[in-house]
Design a protein around this ligand. Sequence first.
Ligand code: AKG
Ligand code: FE2
Length: 464
Amino acid sequence: MAMTNVQEMSMNGEQPPAEYIVKESKFGSIDSSPPLADEIPIIDISLFSPLSPQYSEQAENHELQKLRSALSSAGCFQAIGHGISDSLLDKVREAAKQFFALPVEEKEKYSRAVHGGAEGYGNDVVVSEKQVLDWSYRLTLRVFPENQRRLHLWPQNPNDFGEMLHEYATKVKLMMGIVFKAMAKSLNLEDNSFAKQLFGDQSLMQARFNFYPPCSRSDLVLGVKPHTDRSGVTCLLQDKDVEGLQVLIDGKWVRVPIVPHAIVLNLGDQMQIMSNGIYKSPMHRVVTNGEIMRLSVALFNEPDPETQIGPVEDLIDETRPRLYKNVKNYGRINYECYQRGEIALETGLTSHHLNEFQKAKLASQPKPLHNPAQWSPPSPRWIKINVDDTEGVGVVFYDEAGSYTGGFNRKISHATNPKMIELLAARDGVCWELNQHWQQVLLESDALQIVQAIGSLNEEIHGL
Ligand SMILES: O=C(O)CCC(=O)C(=O)O
Ligand SMILES: [Fe+2]
């Protein structure tokens, strides 16, 4: 796919080309001004630290309650009292601004395309012909573990860029040590329940500097398309003056307000897994501005790929069965699913035993089944069946809006071959749907043979 230069198009006020134009999706159209979120609280991190002068048990408990309520609904909050000075936050924004203002040739020295791999400078990574491209540039750098830094990709200009990033990331890491403990405490868990995986020497921190040039047709493009972060927790420093970030809460987009010296803490998928679905990894997107550029700096915190993560045992019980499998290298799983147009948390690779009760509980914040850039919902009165061949089988139904509408679990003991299990579950799913008086059923499975086999059963099923 030919890459167009967003910055040049932006400066010339050109119309965005077709590959940037967002199609109608289940998330609705682009709205640059939905309501401001009132579900995203400001939380004072210093109240989680007994050494701070403001600390009292009562104040901490109050803040822990706010934390729990924010993370189980919006999945994000604005952190203040983080101990990072206003001047350092301004320095981070300023260094990012100076880097993106450099001539293209200068920035291209750090280009991802030249150096290979996920790190470096560039546009949206293109993984599919059908993908709608983001109206943005990014500079991605691994910051921790320190010995994994690829310093030849760290900008030399402005000359204090490296020093700034090291100082900022070190302070954010300290803050995260406190936040991971507070998150555990807010769920009545041992302090180290999340920090064990997310805060070790080998845990990863990836920095992403986002630059969104203005777009003359900001009604047609997105700075970042709807996504959830793959991280454990993302720390986002927003632009001080220009809004753009929106979060999907209860199926509606809301604007995340600018709180100049707060850092937005946004949960990623791995925290949703570790909290057994109690805490949410919110769907979010970025809209562009018609006249002004916007910047943001995201620090993604996640475990080392070799570390296994899974729901904390104490969060699994009869009332809340295990929702996710234990997995290693979730980053890769997430990426592979993205390439196939699936959402990792919804697939058999991560989701455990899907049953009606569990899905219904999760449905408080419905998630799409597929990558919004690649998935188009079935037409009305159709339904999709997704078959998951984990231990036994979960069959889940989605309606035309991509919302969960039902599902069941099935233990199929007489078939040992996993493909056979999937086939039987798919057949049951189709029959169940037809019993519910659906005229047409659209079956989706990653196994071609199964889809073909069900296709050939078509007549028989319609005769039921
Ligand atoms: O720019 C923003 O506010 C958010 C960016 C984002 O979601 C990301 O980098 O994952
Ligand atoms: Fe994000």
